[in-house]
Design a binder for this molecule. Structure first.
Ligand code: NAD
Ligand code: IPM
Ligand code: MN
Length: 348
């Protein structure tokens, strides 16, 4: 019998609400498709930090290394600085496991009105660079609290880092429409972006895809005005972060968007999570939209080689949406439990 070991980090806020919902649905599709998932629940996150002063155990990454994947909810709590929670858990996983591709697909789901007119039937995949760029560890602060106070942050792009993410994006584009958009900012005084452009262009040429570099500011506007004109978009860490929330919002809500943090050679485990965060403004109310977490679960099943299970899960939440069952962020009145129950009913 096929069996997978998945580490679960529900984390903080609504992560603790949408992760159990998604696990119920994944267990149900696993029963239908004849495999099992052994969930290794990890109580890592802000609650642990308040007790022990650490987001995860010192050997946390080693504990994850032999699993088949990581299923994460969200990290972040209003009473702890974000740089503490994020550098204590989420970012080390992405970086130490060299999850250099952050794949963030969004398309218009059934029964959901797009937030913009003329959105067409768009289907966009943001391929976000996930371990370098603007999110480098090079930076600092000095003279805290004095008039001389300063802060700086260095962006770091390597040829290898840009090449590998561009290659992934170009191959994905080749398997879809053959068109690749690259988010850039090479018109200004930023030194790194002309380099990004050169490397992406070399990769696109050898992959035989049509490359269109678009300045990030114009690309943001185009995402709202003509989302149907976009297919695969490759972007640096920060640009991809911002763009992925924007695309999700155009599709209805940031609550629907999934994210796969991949280490393509597969030397390390990959991590699957929604695009959204811990949403402290609605946490504890049971009203969070579980679709982003469910869709992330479908990406995880696909990654495990369980394509039929992934399709079954996707069809389950799509049918619930098509039948008019929607959470509040999508204009409906269902809570997390109602929506999850509706998906469960539609899975078998
Ligand atoms: P957020 O994504 O948590 O929330 C932004 C807005 O979207 C809020 O109004 C929230 O209620 C709403 N929203 C988000 N997900 C929703 C869902 N599933 N259903 C319904 N509504 C939803 O972003 P934020 O408020 O900027 O950040 C909150 C915390 O989460 C911060 O600590 C931040 O650092 C962290 N964060 C973590 C991750 C992650 O773990 N990967 C991602 C983004 C933000
Ligand atoms: C995301 C989040 C994270 C990011 C934060 C919480 C560090 O916004 O996963 O999109 O910027 O990568
Ligand atoms: Mn983000």
């Amino acid at each position: 019998e096929r069996a997978y070991t998945i580490d679960v980090i529900a984390g903080d806020g609504i992560g603790t609400e949408v992760v159990p919902a998604a696990i119920k649905c994944i267990d149900q599709v696993a029963r239908c498709e004849g495999f099992t998932v052994d969930w290794r629940h990890r109580d890592w996150g802000s609650e642990r930090y308040r007790k022990d002063g650490a987001m995860m155990p010192a050997d946390g990454l080693e504990q994850l290394a032999d699993g088949d994947g990581i299923f994460l909810g969200a990290v972040g709590a209003p009473d702890i600085p974000d740089h503490v929670t994020l550098w204590g858990l989420l970012i080390p996983i992405r970086r130490e496991f060299l999850q250099y591709v952050n794949l963030r697909p969004v398309r218009l789901l059934p029964g959901i009105e797009p937030r913009v007119r003329d959105a067409g039937n768009f289907d966009i995949v943001v391929v976000r660079e996930n371990v370098e760029g603007e999110y480098s560890e090079i930076g600092g602060r000095a003279y805290r609290g004095r008039p001389e106070e300063m802060a700086f942050q260095q962006a770091l792009f390597t040829r290898e880092g840009v090449t590998r993410v561009a290659k992934y994006a170009a191959e994905l584009a080749a398997s879809r429409t053959g068109r690749l958009v690259s988010a850039t900012k090479s018109n200004g005084i930023i030194h790194s972006m002309p380099f990004w452009d050169e490397v992406v262009s070399e990769v696109a040429t050898s992959a035989g895809v049509t490359l269109e570099p678009v300045l990030i500011d114009a690309l943001a506007a185009r995402t709202v005005l003509r989302p149907q004109s976009l297919d695969v978009v490759v972007a640096s860490n920060l640009f991809g972060d911002i763009l992925s929330d924007l695309v999700a919002a155009v599709a209805g809500s940031i609550g629907v968007a999934p994210s796969a943090n991949l280490n393509p050679p597969g030397d390390y485990p990959s991590m699957f999570e929604p695009v959204h965060g811990s949403a402290p403004d609605i946490a504890g109310q049971g009203i969070a939209n579980p679709v982003g977490q469910l869709w992330a679960g479908a990406m995880m099943l696909e990654h495990l080689g369980e394509a039929r299970a992934a399709q079954r899960l996707t069809a389950g939440f799509e049918k619930a949406l098509a039948d008019g069952i929607r959470t509040r962020d999508l204009g409906g009145s269902a809570d997390t439990h109602d929506f999850t129950a509706a998906v469960l009913e539609r899975l078998s």
